[in-house]
Design a protein. Structure first.
Length: 351
């Protein structure tokens, strides 16, 4: 989607922010230094999806990086925003491991126990460290946009995109937790809304619009990107839900069927509740946490309910709508190709 040199420039921008965070920590205590090191580890690697979308959209609208020195710092801001959300999400989910290794909260639990804290104290420190790490990353993302070498009009537009991304994502995360903890099952519409809000804006709409804005795209083109980016983001998250239930361990980055083991209230489960065989699905989900055989039984029950096929159809329909809307004359040819390429890549992830 982007040249290797562009990926390298994005990585360097992110690394520059991480160096600044570490440099600021030098005189602020050994604990804070350890926190900034943990932040750097949490931000390292990854697909760099969101900054890649900024750069790809910029190029699709004819932008020249030589004329926009802040392109990569703005792109990097969206990666830092993503990492902040991931770090805070782990606290919300009480997760201490990510992709097989301790996350920030997990690292600081170990640090606390090594220094004599009991389990409760270690958990307090781990959660505090992760919350503060996410705060630092949110601040740095905002700082990168605030200091971008762009016109006041473009900076204001970038802040509007960042503002919307943070507010909508926070609303989606809160709704997701509410849907999970309330004794009554949430309506399918509420679950789909939470799914959209958690991911679609900050992961697709905002990065695509940011790149177009930096390239000088007209308002009607940015409006089209906002709509189609939202659809792409929803499809992306729905595919993630399928991966969480049916994907391989390699796809999911954790044990197969992780969402079923945790009985997450996902769109897949919302669709299963509408089926005549929901009672069987519900019984299977109740014991899915007990091991691989129970997970397989839950998968079979979901298959037979028709929920997997229903969700797959919704994804296909959403991506078809995206490809159709990509013919909007407000979009240049390269932008249309980019949108269709993104739709194809999302479709390739479906398990």
């Amino acid at each position: 989607m982007i040249p290797l040199a562009t990926r390298a420039a994005i990585d360097e921008s992110i690394e520059g922010s991480l160096r600044r965070i570490r440099d600021r920590a030098i005189d602020l205590g050994s604990g804070f230094e350890a926190l900034t090191d943990a932040v750097a580890r949490a931000t390292a690697g990854g697909k760099r999806l969101r900054p890649t979308l900024v750069a790809a959209s910029f190029a699709a609208f004819g932008g020249d990086p030589d004329d926009c020195p802040s392109l990569y710092s703005v792109a990097g801001a969206f990666e830092l925003l993503h990492t902040a959300f991931v770090v805070h999400d782990d606290v919300i989910d009480h997760d201490t491991v990510r992709r097989g290794i301790p996350n920030i909260g997990g690292e600081f639990r170990v640090r606390a126990r090594e220094r004599g804290a009991d389990a409760a104290g270690a958990a307090v420190l781990g959660d505090a460290a992760a919350i503060l790490a996410g705060d630092l990353l949110l601040h740095e993302a905002s700082r990168l946009i605030a200091l971008a070498d762009v016109s006041p009009r473009i900076r204001a537009g970038l802040f509007e995109l960042l503002d919307d991304a943070i507010y909508v994502s926070a609303a989606g995360e809160l709704a997701d937790v509410e849907n999970a903890v309330m004794p009554e099952y949430a309506e399918a519409e509420a679950i789909f809304d939470a799914t959209f809000n958690k991911t679609a804006v900050y992961s697709f709409s905002a990065p695509l619009c940011a790149g177009a804005l930096l390239a000088g795209a007209p308002p009607e083109a940015i409006a089209a990107l906002e709509t189609e980016g939202g659809r792409l983001g929803l499809a992306f998250q729905l595919v993630d839900d399928l991966i969480g239930a049916f994907g391989s361990a390699a796809q999911a980055g954790r044990d197969e069927g992780g969402d079923l083991r945790e009985t997450k209230s996902t769109p897949l489960i919302a669709l299963a509740r509408q089926s005549p065989t929901w009672s069987r699905v519900n019984d299977a989900l109740a014991v899915a946490h007990t091991g691989p055989i129970a997970v397989r039984e839950a998968q079979l029950a979901l298959e037979e309910s028709g929920a997997r096929l229903h969700l797959r159809t919704l994804i296909d329909d959403t991506l078809w709508s995206v490809r159709t809307a990509a013919e909007d004359p407000a979009l240049p040819v390269r932008a249309r190709r980019l949108i269709c390429e993104l739709a194809d890549r999302i479709a390739e992830r479906i398990p």
